[in-house]
Design a protein around this ligand. Structure first.
Ligand SMILES: Cc1cc2nc3c(=O)[nH]c(=O)nc-3n(C[C@H](O)[C@H](O)[C@H](O)COP(=O)(O)O)c2cc1C
Length: 202
């Protein structure tokens, strides 16, 4: 089964982005992936809620790709969540439109991988810091996949530094689209980063 993918990109200064740009370039030509750039669509934050809900209805996998801002999502994505994930649509007695869809957060961080642990400067793991996103997905009846992470972006320089993670991201999105990866298989993982192993191959 081919799953349709909605990639919701949220970056307030995409023209200056290196990490998110490299990630997007790695997947944007994949068949069955619709890229939806929130800051481009709604520079004045006037989100068209009905349109956004329609897009969610039409897709099976929702990818939220963004930089980590103050241990959270950029403000327009938070506004989008506040408005689009409405009672009666996403949750509540009659709100079942998102039931069974998959949520993948793809997050880039300035902090290095070693900083996201008890002993590190950021003190908490990414799974702990993304708990509000995970629980939001759950409340909406969605399957929250372990996040795909790019840490230490400040230390990555040229396009060559981003190439391996871009290739991994492309493989991940392809696997999600082609049904070679399911939420059950990856439940409990810290992240969907593989360190080179081929997705869906055991
Ligand atoms: C307002 C703001 C808040 C940020 N907060 C964090 C943070 O909480 N943790 C972190 O590791 N990096 C943080 N950063 C660094 C960004 O995550 C990093 O610059 C970004 O992921 C790089 O991706 P890009 O090249 O696509 O912009 C922050 C940056 C900005 C501008």
């Amino acid at each position: 089964m081919q799953r349709s993918i909605l990639l919701i990109l949220s970056h307030p200064a995409f023209e200056r982005s290196r990490a998110n740009r490299a990630l997007l370039e790695a997947v944007r030509d994949l068949e069955g992936v619709r890229v939806h750039d929130l800051y481009e669509e709604y520079p004045d934050f006037a989100i068209d809620v009905e349109r956004e809900q329609g897009l969610l209805r039409e897709h099976d996998v929702i990818v939220f790709q963004h930089p980590f801002y103050w241990y959270s999502v950029p403000s327009l994505l938070k506004e989008w969540m506040d408005l689009v994930l409405e009672y009666g649509f996403a949750y509540g007695h009659a709100g079942h439109e998102l039931d069974g869809k998959w949520w993948l957060s793809v997050i880039t961080t300035g902090g290095g991988v070693e900083s996201y642990c008890r002993a590190g400067g950021n003190r908490f793991t990414m799974r702990e810091l993304t708990a509000p996103l995970e629980q939001t997905a759950r409340l909406c009846g969605m399957h929250f996949l372990p996040p795909f992470l790019v840490h230490g972006t400040h230390l990555l320089n040229g396009p060559q530094d981003f190439r391996p993670v871009g290739a991994e991201y492309r493989e991940l999105v392809g696997a999600l689209r082609g049904g070679r990866l399911t939420p059950q298989e990856v439940a409990g993982r810290e992240s969907l980063n593989l360190g080179g192993r081929v997705l869906g191959d055991g």
